[in-house]
Each structure stands twice: as C-alpha cells, then as structure tokens.
Write a protein that binds this ligand. Sequence first.
Ligand SMILES: NC(=O)c1ccc[n+]([C@@H]2O[C@H](COP(=O)([O-])OP(=O)(O)OC[C@H]3O[C@@H](n4cnc5c(N)ncnc54)[C@H](O)[C@@H]3O)[C@@H](O)[C@H]2O)c1
Length: 397
Amino acid sequence: MSIKPMVRSNLCINAHPTGCAAMVDSWIKRVQAVRPSIQSAAAKAGKSLPKNVLVLGCSTGYGLASRIAAAFGCGAGSIGVSFERDATDKKPGSPGWYNNREFDRQASLAGMYSKTLNMDAFSNEARAEVIRLAKEQGLVFDQVVYSLASPVRTDPATGIMHKSVLKPLGKPFTGRSVDVMSGAISEISVEPGNDQEIADTVKVMGGEDWELWLRALTDAGLLAKGCVTLAYSYIGPEHTWAVYRDGTIGKAKAHLETTAKALDGLLAGIGGKAYVSIDKAVVTRSSSVIPVVSLYIAALFKAMKQLGLHEDCQDQMIRLYRDRLMGTVPTDEAGRIRLDDWEMRPEVQELTSRFFNGVTEANLSTTTDFEGFRKDFLQIHGFDVPGVDYEAEVAYL
Ligand SMILES: NC(=O)c1ccc[n+]([C@@H]2O[C@H](COP(=O)([O-])OP(=O)(O)OC[C@H]3O[C@@H](n4cnc5c(N)ncnc54)[C@H](O)[C@@H]3O)[C@@H](O)[C@H]2O)c1
C-alpha cells in the first residue's frame, strides 16, 4: 500500500514510516557533520560533553532535535520518554513512533545506549520506570531536557485531567490563520480564557511536572555533578502575543520560568543549573495548530531565508549545544538562554511584518514562504522527504 497525507485543519493524522525514518536520518547526518565543532567548543571552554541525557518529549520537534544533538553531536547515551501511537499491521503509528524507532536503531548501530519509553511522562509510573532503568544501567544524567507539549495532563496527585487552551486574556482576539494544504486564509476569533482555563493551562504546560521530575531524580541520586536541565519556551513578536505571550500559554510559560529558579536551588548542591531556553518559531505538530502562528511562520521563513538566517529545529539545537551549552552559557537579564536572537533581530522582524501584513490568499506564495511552511509540515509527518519513493509499497509496521 502507498500512504498519502491525511490532513485536516493543520493536523496530519497519519505518517509515512520510510519518510519519518529518512527525516531522522537527515537530522542525524547534519549533526554528525558538525560534531567536531561541538567537541572543539567543549574543549575550548574546558567543559565535558554530556555522557547521559534524559529527554522528556523525545519523539518530535525540539525534543527529538535535542536528543539527536546530545547523542550524535556529543556521543551521549539517552533515555527518551514520549507518548506516541504505536503502529500495528493495520494502522499507521504517529510520526514520533517511527522517529523513535529510527533513532533507537541508529543509536544502537553507533554503539550508544538508547532506550525509548512510550509512556505518559506526567505519570508517576513513567518516573518510576526511568529511575528503575537508569539504576539498572548504572546511568546518572548530565542533562535532563523537558520538551513536552501536550493538550492534557492528568495530575498524578489528584487523578484530575487538566486541559490546556490557547486563548487570549482579557478580551477576544481576532486574527488570520492559513490552512497548510489549501492555502486558504481565514479569520478566526477566540474568546478570552477564564481563570479556570488559565489554571488548567498552567497545570499542563507550566513547570509543576518539570519540578516533579527533577525532585524524583534528585531523590533517587540520578543527577550527575553539574547536571543541566532545560525547558523550552517562546516569546515571539507582537503578531503572536495575544494568543501566545499574553495568553493562557504565556501564563504557563511564566510559571516555567519561575520553576527554573526553584530548580536552581534544588540543583545548587550538585553544582547544577536549570535553564529556560527561548527557541525560535519552527514547524512542529504543536506549533502548526496555534492560531496566527502558521501565517506568521510562513512570513518569518520568507524573511529569514531572504536574509540567510533560516533555521529549523535541528539547526536550533545544534546552536544550543555548540554555541550555548558548551560555552559559558550566555543568558539574558532574566537568566534565559536566547535561541530566538536571530528571529528577533530588527531587520528580520521588519521584513516579516511587511510580509505578514501584506499577505492575501492571492499573493500567499510570493509574499510568504508558504511552500517552505507546507514542506516542513509534510516532512515532519514523513511526507515530501527527498529520496523517498512514495509510490513504493510500505508496511505500517
Ligand atoms: N514549535 C515551536 O515553534 C516552539 C518554539 C519555541 C518553543 N517551543 C517549545 O518547545 C517544546 C516542545 O514543543 P514542540 O513544538 O517541539 O512540540 P512537538 O509536538 O513536536 O513535541 C511534543 C513532544 O511531547 C511529547 N508528549 C506530549 N504529551 C506527552 C505525554 N503525556 N507523555 C510523554 N510525552 C508527551 C510528544 O510525544 C512529543 O515528543 C514546548 O515546550 C514548546 O512550547 C516550541
């Protein structure tokens, strides 16, 4: 059977096994190509490369790119946790399931320890299993990457399932979004979130679970001296503030930043450090469905490509490892790592605004990099990947 993308409202509900593996392979190859530069940055700074890392949310997007940078750029063994739909012989798995399979295969071929757990990372069972595995393997973690993006979280203390929402605060928001397949631009209106929705979004996407992980690993004695933990966030420009920075998700991300300070206290005894890294807007399964962000990304890509500054997830994580973590870790005044520095350059934002404000359905493909946005969207689901024969028979499993 051949598999075609099934996309509705910027959500792709299937994946191509060979294409996902080819995407992971291409990211691995790009990291392998810059491995010497990561190693020499570490040597220059007198820093050790991480030996073992734990990546929560390891299967797609920034988590996958971090795991590849740690493993294939630094030689680290890794445990990854993600929540993906298994493939069966009758049904395709989710892209992350195929990505994990390819990552584990290549890590094992390269002689690196790699174990991926398909579990709810918010659960105490996932923490217990990671701790059991790490003890069994004699691993202590030099890095813990927290890259979960989820619409729901069941609080292990209460059993209550909380749902996160992407809503503005205070007043309704109206903005434009683009459909990734048809290119149709539609105006969407979102009612403001209420106090309960803010609290729920903070429960899901704030720092509570990050802290539970770090406390559990500390209690189990599984954090190495100097351990670094990272969680990811976004700030972006004014076009996206109503639904992002100033919205319900912004409250959750502010909580993540407060949590980083608490974790600094927890890790002080082992000389460790917690960072929030502000990353650039890229196409992932999570970002594609955020109102306005799709159109902003299409405009941003056009501007950054025009200025020779374009980056995807893997480029960002290469920069994180080589130019941030392996050096003196430059941060902003709030102690955050800034990987959105190129995105936020005035010339990039000026050009992006011009494209974003001037776009219509008629000029979409000339005024923005809509094609680049769509290509990235399809590729993260294993479609439209160069070198893959999409007419060839392929099994789900
Ligand atoms: N995409 C962007 O443009 C962007 C920009 C800056 C920061 N970020 C941040 O990066 C982080 C990762 O986002 P992404 O865009 O890479 O998302 P993504 O959708 O590609 O990845 C999310 C990951 O979380 C995992 N996950 C979700 N629920 C889980 C659960 N219950 N248990 C275990 N794993 C679970 C998924 O399996 C996947 O591995 C988020 O904090 C996001 O806010 C994203």
